[in-house]
Design a protein around this ligand. Structure first.
Ligand code: NAD
Length: 295
């Protein structure tokens, strides 16, 4: 069993760290928010006074932070993990951040002699609690092999995507698909209603036709056809529109930097920005159907 430093014990990080404890790992946590650290301590983790202190004795250092800005600061800022962690420690960033920062941090870590991977996740807070996350890993094969047993305690699928940055690339490409298709499915339900076609009938037919997709059959944006979808509980919980907007913007940044043409991704980002600016960034992202319906 490993000694794991876990930095960033928020909505995702805390339940992930608790699953490491459950699997028998020793967990040393750190978060700038005292309340998060207290919760981790109450659940059996050790609490450190700084990220550097948490990392000092760890075999594996995991970060789960809001954005690339915090990731740069924690790894490469003054007293950062690159340097503060043990020279043989494996560095794992699970935050969703831009590809460029992920690659820059991995290069800095490599120069200092560390193995580092980007390992963003899919599955949300429910997946974090149930240890059913999907990890998308970018980095060297040897580093992936070191990380796999630890990540497996927090997820159901741990997939090596390729070299540094490709974990983040997989994450933003996947979420761009989800954002675009959710808008497409929502437009279809709005059109169906305008044409007098019952929503359940559209579902029954499209789910067995070429319109079939995850946004329709697992995460249906109208209440009824898929009882577990957030539409049935007033679009609460699930994956917040604000987080979808963050990922769509990361995809647009990556498209600009790489020269890829993603016009539908750009449109989806613009629509989610409008939706969030209407004060609904905390609603599940499938609630975009409300804006499309003119509500
Ligand atoms: P969160 O805001 O709940 O948690 C982030 C934590 O990091 C907070 O507790 C914050 O206090 C801490 N933090 C910030 N700066 C710090 C620093 N310098 N040192 C130590 N701790 C610091 O966010 P979250 O929902 O847990 O998301 C974390 C990451 O996971 C984000 O990149 C997000 O995009 C990604 N993600 C979230 C979800 C989701 O459903 N919430 C799903 C997939 C991926």
């Amino acid at each position: 069993m490993a000694t794991v430093a876990f930095i960033g014990l928020g909505n995702m990080g805390l339940p992930m760290a608790l699953n490491l404890l459950k699997a028998g790992h020793r967990v040393i946590g750190f978060d700038v928010a005292a309340a998060c650290l207290d919760k981790a301590r109450a659940a059996g983790a050790e609490a450190a006074d700084s990220a550097a202190q948490a990392a000092a004795g760890a075999d594996v250092v995991i970060t789960m932070l809001p954005t690339g800005r915090e990731v740069r600061e924690i790894y490469a800022g003054a007293g950062g993990l690159i340097g503060a962690a043990r020279p043989d420690a494996l560095l794992v960033d699970c935050s969703t951040i831009d590809v460029e920062t992920a690659r820059a941090m991995a290069a800095r870590a490599r120069e200092a002699g560390y193995d580092m991977i980007d390992a963003p996740v899919s599955g949300g807070t429910i997946g974090a609690e149930a240890a059913t996350l999907t990890f998308m890993v970018g980095g060297e094969a040897a580093a992936f092999a070191r990380a796999e047993p630890v990540l497996s305690a927090m997820g159901r699928a741990v997939i090596h995507a390729g070299p540094s940055g490709t974990g983040q690339a997989a994450k933003i490409c996947n979420n761009m698909i989800a954002g675009i298709t959710m808008i497409g499915v929502s437009e279809a339900f709005v059109l169906a209603q305008a044409l007098g076609l019952d929503a359940q009938k559209l579902f029954d037919i499209a789910s067995k036709s070429s319109g079939q997709c995850w946004a329709l059959t697992t995460y249906c944006p109208v209440p009824g056809p898929v009882p577990g979808s957030p539409a049935n509980r007033a679009y609460e919980g699930g994956f917040a529109a604000g987080l979808m907007l963050k990922d769509l913007r990361l995809a647009q940044m990556a498209a600009m930097q790489s020269g890829a043409a993603t016009p539908m991704g750009a449109e989806a980002a613009a629509m989610y920005a409008l939706f969030c600016n209407s004060g609904r960034s905390g609603m599940d992202f499938s609630a975009i159907i409300k804006m499309i319906a003119g509500e």
